[in-house]
Design a protein around this ligand. Structure first.
Ligand SMILES: Cc1cc2nc3c(=O)[nH]c(=O)nc-3n(C[C@H](O)[C@H](O)[C@H](O)COP(=O)(O)OP(=O)(O)OC[C@H]3O[C@@H](n4cnc5c(N)ncnc54)[C@H](O)[C@@H]3O)c2cc1C
Length: 324
C-alpha cells in the first residue's frame, strides 16, 4: 500500500530540515525525502556566519537540525524524488525506490555549484579552492587570491575579494569583461585587482593546500601564479525536472515564490536556494524553510476545516493585539 503523510518535504539541506522541524513540531505527519543529509552544508568545514552559532561546521549544523527534526517525530528517508503529480488524494511523490501520497509538499532541493573540471579540483576543495565567494572571501583577509567564472558571478566575486584580499587575479577567457557596467567600472578602479583576459586555468597545484595555479592564454602561453585561494564562480545546477510541470520557474530555472513560500500550485510550497530569493545563505534557507513548513501545515489544516496557526503569531482581541 502507498504510504500516506500529511506533508512531504524534498531535500535535507537547511531549508528542508527547518521546514520539517516546524511541521513535525505541530504534530503533523511529515516525511523528509533526501538524497543526502546537509546538501551544500557538506561543503562548509567552517561555518562562521550563522547568527548565534560560533565555531560550527556545515556537517555538524546539519546533524543538529536532523536530530531536532527526529526529536519531534519527523520521519526521514534517503532516496531521490523522480516525479511529483497531482492525484485525487493529493500529491503523489515518486522516488527511485517507492511512492508516497501527501496533502502538501515542501520543495527544498537546493542547488549544486558547477566546477571547472580540473583534474585535482576536488582534492583542493576548501583547501584553497572555493565555490562561494560571498561565503568564503572573509577567510582571505590580506592574502593573494584568484577568481574565475562567468558573467555577473565573476564580477561580484572580484568586487567581494578586492575588499578582503591583498591581491586578486581576475581570470576570464574573453578579451574584455562583460556584464553590469557599474560593476565593471568598480573593478577596473581597484588597485589590488589584476585582470587576466584571454586566459583560462590549466592546472592547480600545492602540497596540502593550494599554492599555485597555471593559467594558459588563448594563444597557448602558460604562466604560473602564486595564490592562497582560488574562487570558482561558474554558476550552479538546479534540477527541478521532477516538478517543473506543476510550479512556475523563472528564467534562471528557480521556483517563483511569494510570502510564506507559496508557489503557483496551492499544495506546493518551496524554500531555499532552489527558489528565486536573493542572498542565498543558510540563515535565509532556515527562515524561509520554517515559513514554507508553516504555510504547508496551515494549508493541510484548512483542508480539514481547521483554522491553522496564525502566520504572524499575534491575535487581536477587541482593541488589543497580543503577540505570542
Ligand atoms: C562552497 C559553499 C560554501 C558555502 N558557505 C556558506 C557559509 O559559510 N554560510 C552560509 O550561510 N551559506 C553558505 N553557503 C550557501 C549555503 O550552503 C546554501 O545557501 C544552503 O545550503 C541552501 O540550502 P537549501 O536547503 O536550499 O539547499 P541545499 O543545501 O542545496 O540542500 C538541498 C538538498 O536537497 C537534496 N535534493 C535535491 N534534489 C533532490 C531530489 N530530487 N530528491 C531528493 N533530494 C533532493 C540534496 O541532496 C540536498 O540534500 C555555501 C555554499 C557553498 C556551495
Amino acid at each position: 500500500m502507498v504510504q500516506q503523510y500529511e506533508i512531504i518535504v524534498v531535500g535535507a539541506g537547511p531549508a528542508g530540515l527547518s521546514a520539517g522541524i516546524f511541521i513535525a513540531r505541530q504534530k503533523a505527519s511529515c516525511l523528509l525525502i533526501s538524497k543526502d543529509l546537509g546538501g551544500q552544508m557538506n561543503l562548509i568545514p567552517k561555518l562562521e556566519n550563522f547568527p548565534g552559532t560560533l565555531m560550527s561546521s556545515g556537517p555538524l549544523f546539519a546533524r543538529s537540525l536532523e536530530n531536532q527534526f527526529l526529536t519531534f517525530n519527523g520521519e526521514m528517508t534517503y532516496d531521490t524524488v523522480e516525479r511529483i503529480d497531482e492525484v485525487e488524494e493529493g500529491m503523489k511523490v515518486k522516488t527511485i525506490r517507492s511512492e508516497y501520497i501527501a496533502k502538501a509538499v515542501v520543495l527544498a532541493p537546493g542547488k549544486v555549484p558547477n566546477n571547472l573540471g580540473l583534474e585535482n579540483e576536488n582534492t583542493f576543495a576548501n583547501k584553497g579552492v572555493h565555490y562561494c565567494t560571498k561565503c568564503d572571501a572573509p577567510f582571505y583577509q590580506g592574502r593573494t587570491t584568484a577568481t574565475v567564472g562567468v558573467g555577473g558571478y565573476l564580477l561580484e566575486s572580484g568586487i567581494l575579494l578586492s575588499r578582503m584580499a591583498s591581491k586578486v587575479y581576475l581570470i576570464f577567457r574573453g578579451g574584455k569583461l562583460g556584464g553590469d557596467r557599474d560593476m565593471i567600472a568598480s573593478i577596473e578602479k581597484k588597485e589590488n585587482v589584476e585582470l587576466i583576459p584571454n586566459n583560462s586555468i590549466k592546472e592547480i597545484t600545492g602540497t596540502n593546500t593550494l599554492q599555485q595555479i597555471t593559467v594558459v592564454s588563448n594563444s597557448g602561453e602558460e604562466k604560473k601564479l602564486d595564490v592562497d585561494g582560488l574562487f570558482i564562480e561558474m554558476g550552479s545546477k538546479i534540477n527541478l525536472d521532477f516538478v517543473k510541470h506543476l510550479v512556475k520557474l523563472n528564467s534562471k530555472g528557480e521556483i517563483e515564490i511569494t510570502s510564506g513560500g507559496k508557489t503557483t500550485h496551492p499544495a506546493i510550497f518551496a524554500a531555499g536556494d532552489a527558489t528565486d530569493i536573493p542572498y542565498k545563505q543558510i540563515v535565509a534557507a532556515c527562515g524561509d524553510g520554517a515559513a514554507a513548513g508553516l504555510s504547508a501545515f496551515n494549508y493541510v489544516e484548512k483542508l480539514k476545516g481547521k483554522p491553522g496557526i496564525r502566520a504572524d503569531w499575534k491575535k487581536t482581541i477587541g482593541d488589543t493585539v497580543f503577540h505570542y
